[in-house]
Design a protein around this ligand. Structure first.
Ligand SMILES: [Zn+2]
Length: 66
């Protein structure tokens, strides 16, 4: 089984999770709420999250669209 790595740090992330627990907890509550919504925009929001992580934006400043 492949080991899942957090895109924002070297830690392990759980299956079905976008980030490890530490990085997830560092996101603003609004961002966590929006990322948790599994609707037709979920993949677009995940791409927004990954784009900001790739740009080294601090986790507490990351926002995604509704
Ligand atoms: Zn992490």
């Amino acid at each position: 089984m492949a080991r899942l790595t957090c895109p924002a740090c070297p830690r392990h992330r759980g299956p079905g999770k976008y980030l490890c627990q530490v990085c997830w907890a560092a996101l603003p509550a609004t961002t966590r709420l929006r990322l948790s919504a599994r609707d037709s925009r979920a993949f677009a929001r995940l791409r927004e999250l990954h784009g900001q992580i790739a740009a080294h934006k601090p986790l507490p400043d990351i926002e995604v669209s509704r």
